[in-house]
Design a protein around this ligand. Structure first.
Ligand code: AMP
Length: 574
């Protein structure tokens, strides 16, 4: 297919904010998509391979700028100037390509096959000369591109397509294209996507136009599967009401989700975002081989950090660097050990357990793992109908430095990728503080072009002194159009507010004048050497801008200390 046709599709999808119109456009496209062109669906998702595949495009703005410069013959400084003016690197490529077209006649025809071919070479490149080779591959595409094609090529490269097609749009479009008027189709398609994480595979099955066929798509050991997600409740009573009695209650460990696959002697570890972290956790691979019985299985667990000396659990922030680190792993493993807390099992010795009730799966977990505290254990669990016992258990979890508890329906199946009402989380009530933004860090990937993480500060003891108390990147919405709640602030909005306040540019970000006041909710205040206030907020989230507040009204050290001393009271039942 000509890339031009795909660019036209992007234009029409991006040209409407209405979901139904998007579905209409996309379903017609998918209905007529030939087998030969089916991998275009990856491009539509902003990818080059299925979601579970780790080979991503991963091109920085800087590299894209160099390629635009080379393809259009306009120097990088000018490209950057245009970028600052227009704010969207894709639009810059479009403008400069169209200016160039007026000067030259050279034009080639770009096909989606060629685009995929070049983009797929990018993650394969390694070692010396990689940057130049990448630029050459991109430049080759950009030189053949028409202006609109250049726009979408660049947006694809930097991971920001801006056409507003989410997974749910693709699901609904597949349903409309191949199973019109079959009510259960979207649900079945979603199940298939959640199990395979490969929309092209699901497309192949949809084309058969037999809904039953979709059930043949199943999970495979070694291929990451999406984790089941939890809904929130505020009290134990609410939890019991939703789940019935008795139910299982477990510690909610404050670590990160780890889905563990084992087939014969091969172990693979994945995060909730399907990232393969096997190399980063060699000790976990050993624990699985030594302490879990079975030839093949998929376990769902939370990896939690602990202090080697005191054996106390530490917060997720402490171990987060282990996920990214690709070198000096042994040293880091010594410094930041993790304990694996297994709470579910999805597959065992050749059989899927997704449809089995939770109580059966939880029993099996406890049967096959030999417990080795500080290495691997099954999650701490009680099964009860007694509200007081449940509350005691919750308090015990908090005393043990965990986030709260999970309440689970004993009869429920496992639904990959779904936020289900039969697994509930309960954490302490959140509090909020008004604070000021004093710095920001540049975003990457789909957030490039924005600031994506913000340093928040409180008032110090001296006049005009602001002391850092945390870094926050949550609570902010991606795009203006996604703002269901008018009070919420978007990354774009915050970035625009920050630009004129920049005092100093640094490698990772900027320091800014303290002007932007925000309300920040958090779960807990901790003493911390990491910030110059001596305090850190746990789980901070920006809830809204407070233009109505004065700097003199934001929280000071005294208020922070008071909240710290009072916080046990927010734990409920405390
Ligand atoms: P949240 O991230 O706040 O939505 O809470 C859900 C997360 O809690 C899951 O994705 C897991 O990573 C984590 N978690 C910790 N302990 C458990 C547990 N016992 N059962 C299920 N999830 C748990």
């Amino acid at each position: 297919m000509l890339y031009k046709k795909l660019a036209e599709l992007y234009e029409s999808l991006g040209g409407t904010t209405k979901r139904l119109e998007k579905i209409d456009i996309l379903s017609k496209f998918l209905e007529h998509l030939s087998d030969e062109d089916r991998e275009i669906i990856y491009l539509l998702e902003g990818n080059i391979y299925p979601e579970y595949d780790e080979r991503k495009i991963g091109i920085s703005n800087q590299l894209a700028i160099k390629a635009i410069s080379k393809a259009t013959g306009i120097n990088s400084k000018k490209v950057i100037q245009e970028w600052k003016k227009i704010g969207d690197l894709g639009e810059v490529a479009k403008k400069l390509t169209s200016e160039k077209k007026q000067r030259t006649l050279a034009s080639h025809i770009l096909t989606t096959k060629k685009v995929l071919e070049n983009l797929r070479k990018l993650p394969e490149l390694e070692g010396k000369g990689t940057v130049d080779k990448k630029i050459a591959l991109i430049t080759e595409l950009l030189t053949s591109a028409e202006p609109t094609e250049a726009l979408y090529l660049v947006r694809t490269l930097i991971g920001d397509l801006r056409i507003g097609t989410q997974e749910s749009t693709i699901r609904e479009s597949l349903a409309k294209a191949f199973f019109e008027n079959i009510d259960e189709a979207p649900e079945k398609i979603q199940d298939a996507i959640d199990k395979s994480n490969d929309t092209v595979e699901v497309f192949d099955y949809c084309k058969k136009r037999k809904i039953k066929e979709l059930e043949k798509i199943s999970m495979q050991i070694g291929k990451p599967i999406k984790a089941m997600l939890a809904q929130k409740v505020s009290t134990i009573e609410e939890g019991f009401k939703a789940l019935g009695k008795p139910c299982a209650i477990e510690y909610k460990y404050d670590g990160f989700r780890m889905i563990i696959h084992k087939k014969n002697s091969e172990v693979k570890l994945f995060t909730r975002s399907l990232e393969n972290v096997t190399l980063q956790f060699p000790e976990v691979v050993e624990y699985i081989k030594q302490f879990v019985k079975g030839d093949s299985f998929i376990l769902d667990s939370e990896a939690v950090g602990y202090d080697k000396k005191t054996k106390k659990y530490t917060s997720f922030q402490n171990i987060s660097q282990r996920i990214k680190r690709k070198y000096n792993i042994e040293k880091l493993q010594e410094e930041l050990p993790v304990e694996v807390n297994v709470f579910d099992i999805l597959f065992y010795n050749g059989k899927s357990l997704l449809e089995k009730p939770f109580e059966e799966r939880a029993k099996l977990v406890r049967k096959i793992i030999s417990l080795h505290p500080y290495k691997i254990i099954s999650s701490k669990q009680i099964i009860t109908s007694d509200e007081n016992k449940a509350k005691e258990f919750y308090k015990e979890a908090l005393r043990n430095n965990q986030e709260g508890v999970m309440m689970k329906n004993l009869k429920a199946p496992y639904k990959p990728g779904r936020r289900v009402g039969n697994m509930l989380k309960m954490k302490p009530e959140e509090k909020d503080l008004d604070l000021v933004i004093t710095g920001a860090e540049y975003g990457k990937g789909k957030r490039s072009g924005w600031f994506s993480s913000f340093i928040i500060s409180c008032k110090g003891d001296k006049s005009g002194e602001y002391l850092e108390i945390g870094k926050v990147g949550t609570g902010i919405v991606e795009k203006e159009e996604n703002k269901e709640d008018n009070e919420k602030v978007s990354f774009g909005e915050l970035t625009e507010k920050i630009k004129p306040l920049i005092k100093k540019e640094e490698k990772e970000g900027v320091c800014i004048k303290p002007r932007i006041i925000v309300s920040v909710t958090y779960q807990e205040i901790q003493k911390s050497p990491n910030y110059n206030s001596g305090w850190a907020l746990r789980f901070p989230r920006i809830t809204k801008l407070r233009p109505d507040k004065l700097l003199s009204e934001i929280a000071d050290l005294k208020e922070i200390e008071k909240d710290f001393n009072n916080q046990k009271r927010n734990w409920r039942y405390g």
